[in-house]
Each structure stands twice: as structure tokens, then as C-alpha cells.
Write a protein that binds this ligand. Structure first.
Ligand SMILES: Nc1nc2c(ncn2[C@@H]2O[C@H](COP(=O)(O)OP(=O)(O)O)[C@@H](O)[C@H]2O)c(=O)[nH]1
Ligand SMILES: [Mg+2]
Length: 335
């Protein structure tokens, strides 16, 4: 651990918590790159989390997520709340976020120190995009941002997992794509707390809304205290329906707190993170002991069909757990 970097980390967190946007940005990068500066303050950062309203925004590409994010930013800003947007797009490097940044700047929030936009690039993230995004949200939460919006392209399991980091998930659909219920196709129906049919200025918006509502009514296990997943119509480009969307986000966050669901989701999320990080650490800790002549012999066995890969892997693991015991195959056998 580099002591100079650790000191820099504490200094960065100090400045970031006082609203220095450049410091916030550098702190997120420190976490992303796994630098000592990040490691030095990780405990402080996570200890300070738990205040921000974290909102996931996902849906098919082109559905208007970035435009909606910018419009939501304006809604929360009008109430005096500070808003950070984290744009996650695994397929592009940083251009997507840059475009989002431009859009938000163009929409007259230029020079507003109450708005922060950050894109997450997969090529930078050491421990994976999901971990880097969770860290970025933690940093922003710890630094006192009132609202954190996480925009992800809803086009795969990994993206769905990232959207799930947020206790309130908005799923965006658009009318007239031929397939009225895109959310089902993308596996997003289950994770939506709020459905938005954006581009409601296009034909078919009413039909898309009705079909979504019908689908939701067929969802099993909707008891009395359950959250009645609303389907809202918006036109992100002119702000129609945005005040209602903002209010619905607030309502959902209130419902989460009132019912204890927020704590339940936090617990599920913490468990998932702990499992992922532990897996990472174990792999890193044992990588050197896994690779070696014994490993190469097992590879030979698998290639020559003497062993299936599952049995070979199980052998590696039992050797790691009880290294003093020898294994059946190979020259090291002594029993
Ligand atoms: N007509 C119309 N166009 C919209 C609406 N929302 C977004 N758009 C446009 O749809 C395109 C894609 O929007 P974008 O926010 O980049 O979508 P994303 O890929 O989901 O982030 C842009 O040209 C937007 O101006 C809307 O409500 N109505
Ligand atoms: Mg976008």
C-alpha cells in the first residue's frame, strides 16, 4: 500500500464531501482503477452511505433513457436537490457518457454545481463494471448527493444486475417498435418498480401502456401491501409526465422505507456483493497455487479425455484445501 496515495485518498474524500466535483471524479476513478487512494478510504466511504435516493434507469437502446435522465435531473433540481447521473454502457467506451454529458449541458444546467455526470467505461473497471458502478454510487452517496440516477442499457443479464443495484428501478419502453412489450423480451418486467412508456407523442403509446398494465395485473403474488407497479407515459423531449415520474420515484422511496423493503433489498444487495468480492479475492489469492506443473498435467488429462473438466477442477480445489495430501494422478502421488 502506497502511503502517499492513501493520504491523497483521505484528502480527496474530504474535498469531494465538501462539493469539489473534480475530487468526486478522481475518487471514483481511484476506486475504478483499484488504486491505494481508493483502498485507503473505502471504509470511510461505505460508512457514510445510505442517504441518497438511488434510481436505476434501464430499457432498450434509443428508448430515451439519457433524455429522461436529463429531464429528471431538471425536476429534482427545481426542488433544490442535487443529482448525479452514472451512465453505464459496456458496449461503448466513453462516448455514450460524453453524449449524455453534452445533452445535460445543452439543457441549461451548465455551470450548475448541483449536477454531476459520470460515465462508466468497462475497459477501465478492474473488478468488473458492476463493482465499479456500485463503488461510484457509494462515493456519490457518501459525498452527500441527494439523488443518484444509474442509466444502463437493458440488453443483457449483466446490465440487469447493475440496474438491480438501485432500490428503485425505472424500466423504459417505447411504442411502435413492432413488439409492444419490450420489457418482457429484455427480461426487465420483473425488476421494474416503475414502468415508463416514453415517446408518448408517437402512435401506439396508449396500446403499449394498456398491454403493460394487463401484463402486470397477471403478475402473481400481488398482495394488499405490495407496491402497485405504475405505468406512466412520458415525452422526455418536452417534459410531459416528468413531474409525475419524479413524484412516483419519491413515493416508491417512501414506500421502501415505510415497509422495510429498503432494508431487505440492502441486505440482498450486500449478500450478492460479498459473494462476488469473496470469489474475486479467493481467485486472486490462489491463482499462483492453481497454475503450475500439476495444473498442466490436469490440462493434459482433460485434452486427452482421461478426465472431464469438472473432476479435474474438483481435484485442483481439494488440493488447495488440503495441500499436504497428495492426489491420485501425477508424479507427486505418494499413497
Ligand atoms: N419524439 C420523441 N423523441 C424522443 C423522446 N425521448 C427521447 N427522444 C429521442 O430519442 C433519441 C434517443 O434518445 P436517448 O435519450 O439517447 O436514448 P437512450 O439510448 O435510451 O439513452 C434521441 O434522438 C432523443 O431526442 C420522446 O419522448 N419523444
Ligand atoms: Mg443513453
Amino acid at each position: 500500500v502506497n502511503l502517499v496515495e492513501v493520504t491523497q485518498g483521505a484528502d480527496l474524500l474530504d474535498r469531494a464531501a465538501r462539493g469539489d466535483i473534480l475530487a468526486v471524479s478522481r475518487l471514483i476513478t481511484a476506486f475504478e482503477c483499484g488504486s491505494s487512494a481508493g483502498a485507503g478510504v473505502v471504509g470511510d466511504v461505505y460508512a457514510r452511505t445510505g442517504r441518497a435516493k438511488v434510481v436505476g434507469l434501464t430499457g432498450v437502446p434509443g428508448s430515451g433513457k439519457s433524455t429522461l435522465a436529463a429531464a429528471l435531473v431538471r425536476q429534482f433540481r427545481e426542488l433544490g436537490q442535487t443529482v448525479a447521473v452514472v451512465a453505464v454502457d459496456p458496449s461503448s467506451s466513453i462516448s455514450g457518457g460524453a453524449i449524455l454529458g453534452d445533452r445535460i449541458r445543452m439543457n441549461a444546467v451548465a455551470g450548475d454545481s448541483g449536477v454531476f455526470v459520470r460515465s462508466m467505461a468497462s475497459r477501465r473497471a478492474l473488478g468488473g463494471l458492476a463493482a465499479a458502478t456500485a463503488d461510484a454510487v457509494a462515493v456519490l452517496d457518501a459525498c452527500g448527493w441527494d439523488v443518484v440516477i444509474v442509466e444502463t442499457v437493458g440488453a443483457g443479464q449483466a446490465e440487469v444486475e447493475i440496474a438491480r443495484l438501485a432500490p428503485t428501478v425505472i424500466v423504459v419502453s417505447v411504442p411502435g417498435l413492432g413488439d409492444e412489450i419490450q420489457a418482457i423480451k429484455a427480461g426487465l418486467l420483473e425488476i421494474a418498480d416503475i414502468h415508463v412508456v416514453n415517446k408518448s407523442d408517437h402512435p401506439g403509446a396508449h396500446r403499449a401502456t394498456t398491454e403493460l398494465r394487463l401484463m402486470l395485473r397477471m403478475k402473481p403474488g400481488t398482495d394488499a401491501g405490495a407496491w402497485p407497479t405504475p405505468v406512466l407515459q412520458t415525452i422526455a423531449t418536452d417534459g410531459t409526465g416528468l413531474a409525475e415520474l419524479r413524484q412516483t420515484v419519491e413515493d416508491h422511496q417512501q414506500w421502501l422505507r415505510a415497509t422495510g423493503e429498503l432494508a431487505r433489498r440492502a441486505r440482498t444487495g450486500a449478500g450478492a456483493r460479498l459473494r462476488a468480492i469473496t470469489g474475486d479475492l479467493l481467485l486472486r489469492r490462489f491463482r499462483n497455487s492453481i497454475e503450475g506443473p500439476d495444473f498442466d498435467r490436469l490440462v493434459d488429462d482433460v485434452v486427452n479425455l482421461r478426465l472431464d473438466p469438472y473432476t479435474a477442477a474438483a481435484e485442483i480445489v481439494s488440493r488447495l484445501i488440503r495441500p499436504e495430501e497428495s492426489v491420485k494422478s501425477g508424479a507427486s502421488a505418494d499413497d
